[in-house]
Design a binder for this molecule. Structure first.
Ligand code: ATP
Ligand code: MG
Length: 365
């Protein structure tokens, strides 16, 4: 996967310009608040229509303008393709290869990227939901089917929780619960299996990247922590049985709390550096390196599943990393198209091969 060009019009502070990156590493540098992250965010939108910074696409339209437009020419599935996103206050229009699409999920499986933004550091320090979203976002980009399964699971979960609250008032409704449990556990088992497969593949790769970034001084491991006793080698059927059993066991408490106690929505992923849980023990640089290794591992798994390299978007990754770690990111990620933003002029001198863009007040030189 490779971006040939992207045109930004009225997109946040980017008035109108076309970026034509090279196939390798592209450094986007400039002072604070000039539009570097906006450039990456625009590229990321082609992965499925969602920003990594906001839920509201209206925020993406330049102040005082009525629309924003992004046009991307890229190579994917071995051909040159185009995608267009127009955002207006009244709605969005998405076109792929000139054909209008009903939903933004039409972009999934067409364009694929992996993004690191400083917000991702919360992956290590915050609660389990951040880590679940990380994995879920990856498996959604891998297959549209996964995205739909997750959507359905979350919808069912809400309905089941509402039912639990109702049962307290109307005991007879308890009989209908098994119908919901049947569906919820079927989908939940499928999600957990996909996540565990993905994590297994990621771990193998993350270990190698982390060794590379830390120049051999650290070892990274990942562990899926299930809320209903799921184990790595369980097949989908076993997972479903375990999940169902847990639902039965927890029913009394669930009726009191009005929420589903265990399931895919309560699981966690432990990120372990040199045998210690990074959530509690990692330094700033270690956290950053671990998240980066995970992102690179994610890219590698996606490459295997999709048969091509995703585009790598690194927003402000270099700060807090020592020279060795920076050098690794700038010069050792071969085969992928990489976009890296930074403020330091010195970083561009560290780049052996690639293209450099200077961003100033929403324009690129
Ligand atoms: P930093 O180095 O601090 O991360 P940056 O170059 O990444 O800076 P961006 O996050 O890309 O900066 O933002 C650049 C500017 O875009 C900000 O000043 C922000 O206020 C502005 N901006 C954000 N949304 C809009 C919008 N809808 N219309 C116009 N400007 C916007
Ligand atoms: Mg920024």
């Amino acid at each position: 996967m490779r971006v040939e060009s992207i045109r930004y019009q009225n997109y946040r502070n980017l008035a109108d310009f076309t970026l034509t990156p090279c196939e390798g590493v592209n450094i986007i540098y400039g002072n604070n608040a000039q539009g570097k992250t906006n450039i990456l965010e625009g590229l990321w939108l082609f992965c499925g229509g969602h920003s990594f910074r906001t839920q509201s696409y209206r925020e993406l339209i330049q102040f005082d303008k009525s629309f924003a437009k992004l046009e991307c020419v890229f190579y994917g599935q071995e051909r040159r393709q185009t995608a267009e996103l127009t955002m207006e206050t009244g709605g969005r229009v998405i076109k792929v290869n000139g054909v209008e699409q009903k939903t933004s999920s039409a972009l999934i499986e067409k364009f694929c990227a992996v993004v690191f933004s400083p917000e991702n550091l919360s992956l290590i320090k915050r609660g389990p939901s951040e880590r679940r979203s990380f994995i879920d976002s990856a498996i959604c980009r891998e297959k549209l089917r996964n995205a739909l399964t997750l959507q359905k699971y979350n919808r069912l979960l809400k309905q089941r929780n509402a039912l639990l609250k109702e049962i307290v008032r109307n005991e007879r409704l308890k009989e209908t619960l098994s119908l919901w449990d049947e569906q919820l556990t079927t989908l939940g088992a499928e999600i957990v299996r996909r996540r565990m497969d993905f994590i297994k593949m990621m771990t193998e790769r993350a270990v190698v990247y982390h060794k590379g970034i830390s120049r051999g001084s650290e070892e990274l491991r990942l562990r899926y922590v299930s809320s209903f006793g799921a184990e790595e080698n369980d097949d989908v059927r076993t997972l479903k049985e375990k999940f169902l059993e847990k639902c039965r066991q927890s029913l009394q408490t669930e009726m009191l709390t009005g929420s589903t106690a265990a399931g895919a929505h309560r699981d966690d992923i432990e990120i372990i550096i040199n045998g210690k849980n990074s959530r509690f023990f990692a330094s700033q640089g270690q956290q950053r390196s671990a998240v980066l290794s995970l992102k690179l591992a994610e890219a590698s798994v996606l490459r295997e599943r999709m048969g091509e390299n995703p585009v790598i978007l690194f927003d402000d990754v270099l700060s807090e990393l020592d020279n060795d770690r920076q050098d690794y990111l700038l010069n050792e990620l071969r085969d992928c198209q990489v976009f890296i933003t930074c403020c330091e002029k010195s970083n561009k001198e560290q780049l052996n091969e690639g293209k450099i863009f200077y961003v100033s007040e929403g324009n690129v030189e």
